[in-house]
Design a protein around this ligand. Structure first.
Ligand code: AMP
Length: 241
């Protein structure tokens, strides 16, 4: 990580961060950036996609209900997602904040989250901290390349891209040598569905947060270090709003 990132880390780790929400199309780098920001700010990374996939692979009732919907690239019902998110943010590691990746995804989910978090995080003057929303904007062609080229390690979770960030040996994780996998929903016909769901259901969410003066845009086409530095700057700025 670069110097700017380290400076931001030392200045922000001691205080309550509150909720950070990353919004962006599938493939905009939300997962990668959320992990990096979570590490710097010492808050947990809460990815609804990862939580759902864990439920699917553990074969829970929730996973059983979500599996086919996810394989079609559609959105899982609010009822399932709200219960899962509410259980996760109750855990003690979320006491000073958390970073949401892939949630909320609709205006209805944003309204639910606003009600659910109401007054939960306060600053050092005991004033409620509103969520900070970062939108990662990425060109359509880059999104397509990022999604079709994405591979991940089933053991350590590290993400690669065969075009942009290939592993040293094709198909094998640099860290632990496991065979890399393609997510089932990263097949082309499913990618099209996911991008459509984003345009129809998630873009109105951007307007919801913009109207409330909470939206901060970050250019997601920069190199990963640059995106992280810009996002951390935007979070600092969001706290001063
Ligand atoms: P992601 O890893 O964020 O791209 O999510 C993968 C899939 O999980 C999505 O295509 C949806 O089927 C489901 N999913 C993740 N987050 C949500 C959410 N907030 N609401 C509904 N479905 C979700």
């Amino acid at each position: 990580m670069d110097t700017q990132t380290t400076v931001a880390a030392s200045s922000s780790s001691a205080k309550t961060v509150g909720a950070i929400i990353l919004v962006g199309a599938p493939g905009s780098g939300k997962g990668t950036q959320a992990k990096r920001i979570a590490e710097v700010l010492e808050i947990p990374h809460l990815s609804t996609g990862d939580l759902l996939r864990q439920n699917v692979s553990r074969g829970t009732e929730l996973g059983r209900q979500a599996k086919q919907i996810m394989e079609r690239g559609e959105l899982v019902s609010d009822e399932l997602v709200f219960g899962m998110v509410a259980d996760r943010i109750k855990l003690p590691d979320c006491v000073s904040g958390c970073i949401f990746d892939g949630f909320p995804r609709t205006v209805g989910q944003a309204e639910w989250l606003d009600r659910h978090l109401n007054g939960r995080f306060v600053d050092d003057k005991q004033q409620p901290l509103a969520p900070i929303v970062i939108q990662l904007t990425v060109e359509y062609n880059s999104l397509w390349q990022r999604l079709t080229g994405r591979r991940s390690c089933p053991t350590c979770g590290r993400i690669y891209n065969i075009y942009l960030q290939p592993p040293r040996v094709a198909g094998v994780c640099d860290v632990d040598g496991a065979a890399l996998e393609t997510r089932r929903d990263d097949r082309e016909e499913v990618i099209k569905e996911r991008l459509k769901a984003y345009e129809m259901q998630t873009l109105p969410l951007v307007d919801y947060y913009r109207r409330r003066g909470r939206l901060l845009e970050v250019n997601g086409d920069l190199r990963p270090d640059g995106v992280t530095a810009e996002a951390l700057k935007a979070i600092e700025h969001g706290h001063r709003l």
